[in-house]
Design a protein around this ligand. Structure first.
Ligand code: PMP
Length: 411
């Protein structure tokens, strides 16, 4: 379905949202660990897909690092320099373990400023050496443009060298809003070498079911995953997903901005050795990432997923009863008992009469911080702006109910 968004308007009736009450005693103390949240009781932060708030443990880790061991990593031999070098190396191993890497001896972690730089690094420093004239790659056109533009740019670079590659669109299925493994299997040919996919869609909130891609493409195709919206929100297992690259942003996973990474399994194609001298590593960011991953492991990404999914269901369920709003993405996934698809803590909608940025201003006048615009979607994505509500572990069902109450007054 080239050029259209995943959508299906078959609505189904369903029961009222059943919230996982067993998680309430688990969530309450976790919320209390976010100083910016507890320090602003009149505000409601619902923009975690843009960037997440930081728990005290992350703030503390940054302060501890800066006040006890701040030095350049990989250069000096005095204790602070050694501590910084060890921090970088230890965090690499921690990321592998967080991603359930089954073969950490044969993988590498390259630190980046975030997902955008991670995907661009794969596209610039690895992909051109992997492809030859006539090869094909498959990429998403309605996901975040950070997962489209680098691949289009790589084609230009190769063209300039006289190497022609073909780019195909990773097919979506309108009935469920995720990727279509059957259409993908049909699109894959002997020259298909590479697939770029997204774990969780940043506008529709859909889990794109990337674990089905491997069976569709076979054992030799390299799969690169954009985990910007899944890292820290749900378990990300490179073993379970059977992917070769994972790029993510630390700032969306409770760490500081500028602290992302690319995990690379070094078993298919040439080795991933990012070129160029990258200079001083972001040790402060890496310290924050190490603390964030510890915090997330302790909290449990499986429980965070259940919590934020339940918040998203509560919101979609409420919005469905308000005629003035149109929820973007697959409509069948709105059914609470839906086995088709669920929303991973992200819900995007439009008001039929009020523009998205006006709605954003109105919502902030009630204390709600949400994202409003076109959300950086690729060329086949939404063309008009909308309001995105995105949650994390610190949000509560009461906040969603208060938001719905305000939205109801705008009917
Ligand atoms: N991919 C997806 C799915 C995203 O949601 C985002 C951020 N909105 C990015 C990539 C880019 O992430 P960053 O700006 O942290 O590089």
């Amino acid at each position: 379905m080239t050029g259209t968004i995943p959508r299906d308007h078959d609505e189904r009736d369903h029961d009222e949202a059943a919230f996982p009450d067993d998680l309430i005693p688990w969530q309450r103390p976790l919320r209390a660990m976010f100083p910016i949240i507890t320090g602003h009781p009149d505000l409601v932060y619902l923009d975690s897909a843009a960037t997440a708030q930081k728990p005290q443990a992350v703030l503390q880790a940054v302060e501890t690092y800066l006040t006890t061991a701040n030095a350049n990593a990989g250069r000096g031999t005095y204790p602070w320099a050694n501590a910084s070098t060890e921090l970088v190396e230890r965090t690499r191993e921690q990321i592998k373990s967080f991603l359930s890497d089954p073969d950490p001896e044969r993988s590498t972690v390259h630190f980046t400023s975030g997902t955008t730089e991670g995907l661009r690094t794969v596209a610039q420093d690895w992909l051109p050496a992997f492809l030859t004239d006539g090869d094909e790659i498959v990429v998403p056109f309605a996901d975040h443009q950070a997962n489209l533009i680098p691949w289009l740019d790589a084609r230009k670079v190769l063209e300039a060298q006289g190497i022609g590659i073909r780019i195909r669109e990773l097919p979506y299925q309108t009935s469920s809003g995720d990727y279509d493994p059957d259409a993908l299997a049909r699109a894959v040919g002997p020259r298909t070498r590479f697939v770029a996919a997204t774990h969780v869609h940043h506008v529709y909130g859909a889990d794109m079911n990337v674990q089905r891609i491997r069976a569709a493409v076979g054992p030799d195709v390299v799969i690169c995953l954009d985990a910007a919206q899944s890292m820290g929100h749900l378990p990300v297992s490179v073993a379970g997903l059977d992917v070769d690259f994972v790029a993510f942003s630390g700032h969306k996973a409770l760490a500081l901005p500028g602290s992302g990474a690319v995990w690379a399994r070094q078993t298919r194609g040439p080795r991933f050795v990012p070129g160029g001298w990258s200079g001083t590593p972001n040790t402060t960011g890496i310290a924050s990432l190490a603390a964030a991953l510890d915090w997330l492991r302790e909290a449990g990404t499986d429980r965070i997923e259940r919590w934020t999914t339940a918040l998203a269901l509560r919101l979609t369920d409420g919005l469905r009863h308000l005629g003035a709003y149109e929820i973007l993405g697959c409509q069948r996934s709105l059914a609470l008992d839906s086995r088709i698809q669920h929303r991973c803590g992200i819900v995007t909608f439009r008001h039929r009469g009020i523009g998205a940025s006006d709605l954003g201003f109105i919502l902030f006048s009630h204390g709600f911080m949400v994202r409003t615009d076109g959300h950086c979607q690729g060329s086949a994505g939404e063309k008009t702006s909308s309001v995105r509500v995105s949650t994390h572990v610190y949000n509560t069902p009461e906040e969603i109910d208060r938001l719905l109450a305000v939205l109801a007054t705008l009917e």
